[in-house]
Every structure is written in structure tokens, then in C-alpha cells.
Write a protein that binds this ligand. Sequence first.
Ligand code: ADP
Length: 260
Amino acid sequence: LYQDIKTIQQFAGIVTDITKETAGIEAQRKLQYQKDSFLSIASHELKTPVTSIKAYAQLLERMLKKEGDVQKADMMTRLTGQVNRLTTLLEDLLDVSKISNDRLDFKRDYHSFNEIVTDNIGDINYLESGHVIETNLAFMGNIFCDKMRISQVMNNLISNAIKYSPDRDRIIITTAQRNTDVVFCVQDFGIGISKDNIERVFDQFYRVSTAEAYSYQGMGLGLFISAEIIRQEGGRIWVDSEENSGSTFCFSLPLVNNIR
Ligand code: ADP
């Protein structure tokens, strides 16, 4: 009888432990759910007034330029610049909440890969930062993908290359076909990433914490979102980097069933 009681006690102990553990997991899940909901609601609610501020600011900027009021027009240009930054931050937060809810949407079609690349280079105001973008674009085929999403990834990688190489003006962008993939790479000669950090740069909210890396603004979401987009498009994303020498960020997309 004593042995039986002992066994029952041991069993009860295990059950209690499992129950405690399950309760812990449940609580964690609930917390995660609350965090995701907060992120989603907050970024949604903030986006509406910011979009309207952006529209009015752009209108005012145009009006002031037309009136020839250079000083005020210049102030409005700065204001729209900051509103644009805010919009990008909110869009990143929205994308993160969509990723958490598995609701990142893709509108796929056939697109000229080269056109997406050149549109992106044209859009980036690299002259302002003093950077010169060199290109070696060898891939001219079409890709079945969400143009806006792939453009978002390219923009993120090119903006990072510019942001993290303030003292070097060279950025090299290449495209090429490698076996059954198209590969896109952006190389910079900037601050680079140490071996300890390189594994984690694609993690959510991860930013390299050296004093130098930290002095650049950002939330550590761009690469996380980019990696998720490329994963959902069936490709791969990676980085080669050396501290103080520069980084090369690349992604590949499959061509199988993609070429027309
Ligand atoms: P953010 O730039 O907003 O911090 P990202 O997700 O785009 O976020 O990048 C995550 C981190 O990876 C950055 O904070 C930076 O430390 C590092 N990183 C990204 N791109 C580069 C680059 N081209 N050179 C050096 N470090 C980089």
C-alpha cells in the first residue's frame, strides 16, 4: 500500500508539474497575443492621421514652392521628410504584425526583374548621401513574384548599404543567374558586421550594439521583414561581412516555373 501511495504521489507531482508548465505556456501565448494585437491596432490607428499629415504637408510644400517662399518651402521639405520616415516605421510595424498573424499578403505576377532593380536605384536619392551606385546587371528574365514586396527588400538592402557606409561612397549592385536561381547582391564598404552579430541580423528587433552601429537610426525590423518576404517567395537571403571592411547582402529567387 505504501508503495502504491508513493507511486500515486509521484504521478500527482508529475501532473502538477505538467499543469504548471501548460499554464506557463498558456500565459505566454496570451501575452504574445496581446502584444501582437497591440502592435496591429496601434500601427493601424497611427497610420490614418499620419497619412493625412503627409498629404497636407506635401500640398503645403508645393504651394510654398510655387509662391517662391524658399525658406518656408525648405522647412516643409524637412517636415515631409520626417513624415515619410514615420510612415516607413509604421509600415514596418504593420508588416511585423502581419507576419505574426501569418497574414503578409502577396500579389504575384510576372515582372521584369531588371525593371524592379533599376526602378529602385532610380528612386533612391543616393546623390544626397554622396554615394555612387555601380551596377552589373546580368539577369534580364522575368520573375513570378510580388513586385512591391521584392522592391521593398531591394530598397531595404540598398538603404542599409548607404546608411552603414557613411565614409565610403561605393555601392555595387549585381544581378546574375546562378543555376536555377536569380541572385541579387548589394555590396558596401562600410562598418561591416562582426562574427558574433552576423547570425542575428535577420532577427526581429535585432540591432548590432556596438557604439558605432548604434549611432544609426532604426528599429531592427527591415532585415527581419525582408527575410520573411524572401522565404515566402521561395528564395534565400544571406550576408557576407567583415567588420570595418563592408558587407554584401544577397537574396536568390527560384526561376523554376518562373521564366516566360
Ligand atoms: P535597422 O537598420 O533599422 O537597425 P535592419 O533590420 O535593416 O534594421 O538591420 C539590422 C541590423 O543589422 C542593423 O541595426 C545593423 O546593425 C546591421 N546591418 C544591416 N545592414 C548592414 C550593413 N549593410 N552594414 C553593416 N551593418 C548592417
